[in-house]
Write a protein that binds this ligand. Structure first.
Ligand SMILES: Cc1cc2nc3c(=O)[nH]c(=O)nc-3n(C[C@H](O)[C@H](O)[C@H](O)COP(=O)(O)O)c2cc1C
Length: 95
């Protein structure tokens, strides 16, 4: 399956955003990780959630990304009711 027609060689860092579903990332994100060329890429995850931040998503995603040859960095979890006011937090995290 080809999810996105990306030229991965143009990117060193991939920002991966998703809502938390059932304490982890949605299957769609897992499908992307399955097909993406993540070799030597840094993956920076960010999520929206209602409680519990990343849940087990960062743990599971870290293993999945590692299996593809990449490295997961510490992500940013934003409460869904704070999305409208998280600009500063987002900018600080992006760096
Ligand atoms: C099927 C489903 C499962 C969810 N499971 C969780 C969960 O386990 N933990 C949590 O904090 N939020 C959970 N949520 C809340 C979503 O994370 C939240 O609604 C979402 O991040 C908001 O982003 P959106 O407006 O883009 O959907 C769940 C939402 C749905 C629809």
């Amino acid at each position: 399956m080809k999810v996105l027609n990306l030229n991965y060689s143009e990117y060193d860092v991939i920002y991966l955003g998703f809502p938390i579903w059932y304490r982890t990332y949605p299957r769609l994100v897992a499908s992307f990780v399955d097909v993406a060329d993540l070799k030597d890429k840094v993956v920076r995850p960010f999520c929206t959630n209602e409680e519990g931040a990343f849940g087990i998503a960062d743990f599971e995603l870290s293993a999945a990304v590692k299996m593809k040859g990449g490295r997961l960095e510490k992500g940013l979890a934003v409460k869904s009711f704070n999305v409208a006011s998280c600009d500063e937090e987002l900018r600080n995290w992006i760096g």
